[in-house]
Ligand binder design. Structure first.
Ligand code: ATP
Ligand code: MG
Length: 261
């Protein structure tokens, strides 16, 4: 089982969209995928058609009440993609767990109990670098950082990079797998310049994802981009190509469905 954090402290850069579409693309490659919603906004859960207000067992219960992770798993409409949803209670989790011993390892310990059930776990994070995101990083083998090619977002990249380095002091296997450049408008010179800078200084999972209203429409329809716009849509192809790159980097022992021990 390979665990991947999708994280960036900058808001609205495409973390949730990337989590769902990479998860879907990996499931289409035959992997058993679990998505974990670790954002109190519960966007990923909403995106997949769940009502965060009506759920009893969520990532909040798993983190704060020691409810076994397996009890929080929901099936989704996307084949071979399961979800541990979030609730707004999760906002309180930061406070509740911040005084606990081993607070950074709560999620890791929970996900370890699911080893063998899934090939890939993708964790969608909130736009901040608090104890929830640290839990996500501590539980992960890889980090994927969605980023919009703007000057401000580029500056923000340094922050997440610093956090990754700090976490690596306690969890040295953690690896920055790469940035996913999102919402690209290649007609602007500014975007092209920032993309060049990102490529120069950070690993990038190519290709960049172009801006398209189809992404928001897919979200409104509770569908991954491949199901909403078809696999031939260029945004679907781009996410599939990135998923292929991730597939090639999965930990040994992470194999196609059913073959994992
Ligand atoms: N390539 C794209 N082109 C156009 N719109 C996009 C693209 N990717 C995502 N979006 C839209 O941009 C908005 C923000 O995306 P998303 O929710 O994935 O960002 P986020 O980083 O998870 O935000 P937050 O920080 O609030 O969690 C959403 O409305 C989404 O549908
Ligand atoms: Mg989000």
């Amino acid at each position: 089982m390979t665990v991947i954090s999708v994280a960036n402290n900058k808001g609205g850069v495409g973390k949730t969209t990337t989590t769902l579409n990479l998860g879907t693309a990996l499931s289409l490659m035959g992997l058993r995928v679990l998505l974990v919603d670790l954002d109190p906004q519960a966007s990923l859960s909403l995106y997949l058609g769940f009502d965060p207000g009506s759920l009893e067992i969520t990532s909040y219960s798993v983190l704060t009440q020691k409810i076994p992770a397996i009890k929080a798993i929901m099936m989704t409409n996307v084949a071979a993609v399961d979800l541990i949803p979030a609730s707004i209670d999760l906002a309180a989790a930061e406070m509740e767990i911040s005084g606990r011993m081993g607070r950074e390892y709560l999620l890791r310990d929970q996900l370890e109990t699911l080893d063998g059930l899934y090939d890939v776990v993708l964790i969608d994070n909130m736009p901040s670098l608090g104890v929830l995101t640290v839990n996500s990083l501590m539980a992960s083998d890889f980090v994927v950082v969605p980023i919009e090619p703007t000057h401000l977002a580029y500056k923000g990249l340094q922050m997440i990079d610093t956090t990754i380095h700090e976490v690596k002091r306690y969890h040295k296997e953690l690896e920055m797998l790469g940035c996913v450049i999102t919402m690209v408008d290649e007609r602007t010179k500014h975007a092209r310049e920032i993309i060049a800078k990102i490529r120069e200084n950070y690993p990038v999972l190519e290709p960049p994802i172009r801006r398209s209203v189809k992404f928001a429409d897919a979200a409104a329809g509770n569908l991954p981009i491949m199901d909403y716009a078809g696999t031939e849509f260029e945004g679907s192809k781009a996410y599939t190509e990135i998923a292929q790159r991730i597939f090639e980097r999965l930990k040994p022992g992470t194999t196609a469905a059913g073959e994992n021990s």
